[in-house]
Structure formats: structure tokens, C-alpha cells
Design a protein around this ligand. Structure first.
Ligand code: PXG
Length: 288
């Protein structure tokens, strides 16, 4: 496997980062998770744009331009002779001294890994997933804005551990006010009376690229989509529920906190959106 680090393509065993990199020492950095399908990188521009927005929010100057990063992403996939893959693009604050002041870090590092990802067991896509609400609330946007895709995922990891402890794969995370925010690496949607609902981004969620894609697909199919604050009650009484993410794609949800959702099977509109999403991933994107 060839890994891009600061302009060089290195073999996996030589692809190393300093223990003094503040990405490791403090989680000071940002990342993107991108996918390629059928020889095309899906929504590449949107991912690179979001990386720059995350960088802006943490005052990190990425030492490459949008165009250079897009090119390097495609080139890394090509160097690994992949057509369907997962790309992890990381920008760390770089090497500094012990002590969290980012001023000691002179140059951010850019890392691009092209590999594979399977975030959930494959059989769950047909059966649908059982999820639970967990005690760990999503980061407050006044503390660490969930829109920043930072290298510090402990908030989400704690929620994931709580879900796993409850015997399920995924957690619903509420915000400080008790409204639904998102899951640990996915946005959440419900269907009620033929309309689609997803929490507003201000409820404390990543500005999901799959979320946006699904909103557009639903609107093209003539569905009404709105973004009101949602409570657990709204989820329990939904006709359908599903999660969206680059890694997860679209995952149907059939049970939440022991309440069966709709018929207890992946819903009709969910299945249509899955189909439309797969068709789009196969036919659009930046050629590799
Ligand atoms: N919320 C959070 C907290 C995320 O991390 C999403 C929502 C969905 O966003 P996108 O833009 O992907 O639709 C994410 C995305 C991984 C991995 O390695 C994580 C994500 C995406 C891809 C891979 O676990 N998180």
C-alpha cells in the first residue's frame, strides 16, 4: 500500500508520523472520510471544501490548495490501483513541543490513505439495525462544534462504547437540550406520513455530505424534506428510520430503545433512497 505523506508516496512500513505530532499528542487536526465507487471519487469537491472549513475553524493552514488536494487524493487511489475504496485524508497540526500550544508546530502534515472500510456488518443492510440512545451527549457547539471534523472523536467513541455495551452497533446521540443530534459517525433521518425529517445542523451534527445527497435525492423524488428539532418520541413513532454516512452509506433502522419502528423491516422509502443512492454513487464523481 502506498501512502501519501507531505508530497511523497511511501510504502506502508515507511509511512510514519512523529510522536511529537500534535495530531497524536492532542488530537489537534482534522480529517475527511471519502469513498470511490466504480473508478470515480464520490463528492470529492464537497469533502475537500469541508476539510477547508474544518481547517478554518481551528486556525489550521493546510499547506496545499483545494486543487492540489483533489489531485493528490485521486493520485493516491491510482497509485494503489483501486477503483472502489475508502480514502482517509488527514491534516495534523504537525510536529511541536510537549505542551499544547499550536504555535510550536511549524508545519501541518497532510496524509492520504486509500484502503477499505466496512463500518457495519453487511447483513444489517438487509435486516435493518437496532440502535439505542446513550447517556453521552453530543459535544455542545459552544464547546467543540460538531461541524468540525477533528481528530478528537472521543465524544463519539464514548457513545459507541455505550451502544456496544447495550449489545447494539450504533448510538443515537442527543444534544445538551435533549433533542436528537446524530449517531456516532452517521446522520439520522425519519419518515413520517410520507415526509422526510432530519435534525437541523444546529442541533449538533456534522454537516454530512451523504445527508445532503439524500435530501437532494428525496426532493428530486418529490418528497417533502424538513429539518425540525426531533425528540426520542418522534423517533419512536416514525414510520421509517435510517442513518446516512460516507462509511455507512444508508443503513435502515428497525428498533430504537426497544421500540419497533414502523413494520420492523426496512421501509419502502428507505429502500428507494438506498437504490437511488447506489445508482448515483456508481455514475457520478471525479474520474480516477
Ligand atoms: N456524523 C459524524 C460524527 C461523522 O463522523 C457523519 C455524520 C456522516 O457524514 P458524511 O459526510 O460522511 O455523510 C460522519 C462521517 C470512519 C468514517 O472512518 C467516519 C465517517 C465517515 C466515513 C468513515 O469511521 N464519519
Amino acid at each position: 500500500m502506498k501512502i501519501f505523506i507531505d508530497g511523497k508516496y511511501l510504502d506502508e512500513r515507511d509511512a510514519k508520523i512523529s510522536v511529537f505530532d500534535h495530531g497524536l499528542l492532542y488530537g489537534d487536526g482534522i480529517f475527511e472520510g471519502i469513498r470511490a465507487y466504480n473508478g470515480r471519487v464520490f463528492k470529492l469537491k464537497q469533502h475537500i471544501d469541508r476539510l477547508f472549513y474544518s481547517a478554518k475553524a481551528i486556525l489550521l493552514e493546510i499547506p496545499m490548495s483545494h486543487a492540489e488536494l483533489m489531485k493528490a487524493t485521486v493520485a493516491t487511489i491510482r497509485a494503489n490501483k483501486l477503483r472502489d475504496c475508502y480514502v482517509r485524508l488527514i491534516v495534523t497540526r504537525g510536529i511541536g513541543t510537549l505542551g499544547l500550544n499550536p504555535r510550536s508546530c511549524k508545519k501541518p502534515s497532510v496524509i492520504i490513505i486509500a484502503g477499505k472500510i466496512q463500518v457495519y456488518p453487511p447483513e444489517l443492510y438487509a435486516r435493518g439495525m437496532d440502535i439505542v440512545t446513550v447517556p453521552t451527549v453530543r459535544n455542545l457547539h459552544s464547546a467543540l462544534n460538531p461541524a468540525i471534523k477533528s481528530l478528537n472523536y472521543l465524544n463519539n467513541i464514548l457513545a459507541k462504547i455505550e451502544a456496544n455495551n447495550a449489545g447494539v452497533e450504533e448510538a443515537v446521540m442527543l444534544n445538551g437540550e435533549g433533542f436528537v443530534a446524530e449517531c456516532t459517525a452517521d446522520n439520522l433521518f425519519i419518515v413520517k406520513n410520507g415526509e422526510l425529517f432530519t435534525p437541523p445542523l444546529s442541533a449538533g451534527a456534522l454537516y454530512g455530505i451523504t445527508r445532503q445527497t439524500v435530501i437532494e435525492l428525496a426532493q428530486e423524488a418529490g418528497l417533502k424534506v424538513s429539518e425540525p428539532n426531533l425528540t426520542r418520541y418522534d423517533l419512536f413513532n416514525a414510520d421509517e428510520c435510517f442513518l446516512t454516512g460516507t462509511g455507512a452509506e444508508i443503513m435502515p433502522v428497525i428498533k430504537i430503545d426497544g421500540r419497533v419502528i414502523g413494520s420492523g423491516k426496512p421501509g419502502v422509502l428507505t429502500r428507494k433512497l438506498v437504490e437511488d443512492y447506489h445508482a448515483l454513487t456508481k455514475s457520478s464523481g471525479e474520474p480516477i
